[in-house]
Design a protein around this ligand. Structure first.
Ligand SMILES: NC(=O)c1ccc[n+]([C@@H]2O[C@H](COP(=O)([O-])OP(=O)(O)OC[C@H]3O[C@@H](n4cnc5c(N)ncnc54)[C@H](OP(=O)(O)O)[C@@H]3O)[C@@H](O)[C@H]2O)c1
Length: 156
C-alpha cells in the first residue's frame, strides 16, 4: 500500500527554513512506530533536513540532479516511475514522507493518508500542503496524541 504521512498546521503549513516548524515528541514517536519496517520515500529537501537515513527502514531519496552514494538502507532514485516500479517488488508499505513537492508528485497513487493535525498556525511558514489534498478521501480513524496533535487516517 502507498501511504502519505504528514503533519499539518491549521493553515496547512508543513515546513519553515527547511525544517519542521514545531516539535512534538509524541508525533515523532508515532511516525517512528508507524514507518519502522517499511520503505519511506522523501524528496531531496527533506533528505537534507533529516541528514541521515532513518534506521530500520528502506530510505528512498528522490532527486533529478543529485548523485549521491547508495548505502545499505539508502537508495537514490531520480523519478516517481522508478519508485513505483520498485514498489511492485516490496512486501512492505511505501510511506511518502514529504515534503510538499513530493506529496504533490505522488498524490494520485496514495491509497491512504495519515495526517497529524498540529494545533498551531504557522504564519511565517514557507512550505504548505495544497488545501485540497484530502479531496476524494474519507476519515476512518482519529486519535489524540500527547500534547495536543490529533492523528487522522483517511482512506481513498
Ligand atoms: N510536516 C511534515 O510532515 C513534513 C514532512 C516532510 C517534510 N517537511 C518539510 O517540508 C520542507 C521540504 O519540502 P519541499 O517541498 O521543499 O521539498 P521535498 O519534497 O522534500 O524535496 C523536493 C525535491 O525532491 C526531488 N523530487 C521531488 N519529486 C521528484 C520526482 N518525482 N522525481 C525526482 N526528484 C524529485 C527534487 O530534487 P532535485 O531538485 O534535487 O531534483 C525536488 O526539488 C521542509 O521544510 C521539511 O521540513 C514537513
Amino acid at each position: 500500500m502507498i501511504v502519505g504521512i504528514v503533519a499539518v498546521a491549521k493553515n496547512h503549513a508543513i515546513g519553515k527554513d527547511g525544517k519542521l516548524p514545531w516539535h512534538y515528541s509524541s508525533d515523532l514517536k508515532f511516525f517512528k512506530q508507524t514507518t519502522t519496517g517499511h520503505a519511506v520515500v522523501m524528496g531531496f529537501n527533506t533528505w537534507r533536513s533529516i541528514g541521515k537515513p532513518l534506521p530500520n527502514r528502506l530510505n528512498i531519496v528522490l532527486s533529478r540532479s543529485a548523485q549521491l552514494e547508495d548505502d545499505s538502507n539508502l537508495l537514490f532514485l531520480s523519478s516517481k516511475e522508478q519508485v513505483l516500479k520498485l514498489s511492485g517488488y516490496l512486501k512492505c508499505d511505501l510511506f511518502i514522507i514529504g515534503g510538499a513537492k513530493t506529496y504533490v508528485e505522488f498524490a494520485d497513487v496514495i491509497d491512504k493518508w495519515i495526517v497529524t493535525e498540529v494545533p498551531l498556525t504557522i504564519d511565517d511558514a514557507d512550505v504548505f500542503m495544497p488545501g485540497d489534498f484530502l479531496a476524494g478521501f474519507e476519515l476512518s480513524e482519529s486519535n489524540e496524541l500527547k500534547g495536543g496533535p490529533v492523528v487522522k487516517t483517511f482512506q481513498r
